[in-house]
Design a protein around this ligand. Sequence first.
Ligand code: FDA
Length: 397
Amino acid sequence: MKPRDAQQFDVVIIGGGAAGLMCAIEAGRRGRRVLVLEKAEKCGKKILISGGGRCNFTNHFAAPDRFISDNPHYCKSALRQYTQSDFLALVERHGIAWHEKKLGQLFCDRSAEEIVAMLEHECAAANVTIWRGAGAENIRREDGRFTVKAGGRQIGAESVVIATGGLSIPKLGATDFAYRAAKDFGLPMATPRPGLVPLTFGTGDKARFANLSGVSADVEIRFAKARFRENLLFTHRGLSGPAILQISSFWEAGKPVEIDFLPDLDLASRLKEQRKVAPKMKIATLLREHLANRLVDALLQPFGELPELGNCSDRLIADIVNGIKLVKVFPTGTEGYAKAEVTVGGVSTAALDSKTMACRDVPGLFVIGEAVDVTGFLGGYNFQWAWSSGYVAGQYA
Ligand code: FDA
């Protein structure tokens, strides 16, 4: 039975971000009557601010091992069905100039606005209807059909796609809609937490690294089995930069992260060699060849006054090497959703079919993008997940 006065569509997509718009294009191309409900006054706000306004829209190296999830296999099918090359071909068809920055990260040459314009153009070509400023309040299912309530209106649909993203950056309009809907439909959740986010210092580390705000270093950072080789930046509250953002998605409260400040240098051999050829040399002098002065002072501070190299024992050298290459920092927390690029966790993949993105127990309901417990590394992977999962749901919704 169709609710009286409800406007009818085949597919209602809730959320006009990266995943929702991609899904709309694909469902529309199949001839489905598609409505996108977007709470904000414009679509794709996160696309617009991403990559410093140039949108790191995918990564040459997108592959399942660049994603975090309770089920690391879940993302495989979607990433295969719609690859980074597929998205790049779309970008090129629209004449959007792009470049590879580093580590396979692809950015627009000009502006992220071109990506949103491309998606909106494709939506128009596929006869997709978009209502902006139309936040969905709830989804009901009765007799095999859905009714979505938005802005006082009831909208009927055969399929509903939840594409409302995660909790990061509330001031851009992030909502917990996906999680509330998951609860309403009895879908399990992987507990959400901020990811790709700066970490904050505890008092001990704060005192030690207090003067380093603004200093950066090319480091290897480790937590459990995760390791990244990227830049680290000291801030007045703690640690940031790509290395920290990457490791933050893995970090568990109460545990340290480990930093190698000279990942390319066999420091023990170098110090022992110099001990022979330059016994009067200070260890700090050697380290200053590679690291900022203030960072060297902070790292050597626990050792107090150090003798000249010629008078350093093997034991002391080993301790100093550990003090540079195995530095344990105990973050007290993260800077939270206000600064997080993504939400780790979300609607559990256990409830979803990896080949279609459909809920196993609720026919016609789909969940895609960041709302799902699939989180990419930094570097264009999260958008690739949005494109891939959106594309797949668009084939079945
Ligand atoms: P997304 O959040 O994009 O879209 C969800 C949409 O749903 C929003 O438009 C929201 O307004 C709408 N919505 C929410 N509740 C609603 C409701 N009740 N009714 C209707 N609409 C509702 N990734 C990457 O790969 N490369 C990059 O360069 C960056 N850069 C970056 C910078 C910053 C500052 C942030 C915060 C994030 C990134 N990211 C990124 C991550 C990337 O932006 C993110 O993973 C994707 O936008 C997720 O796409 P979704 O479509 O799932 O959610």
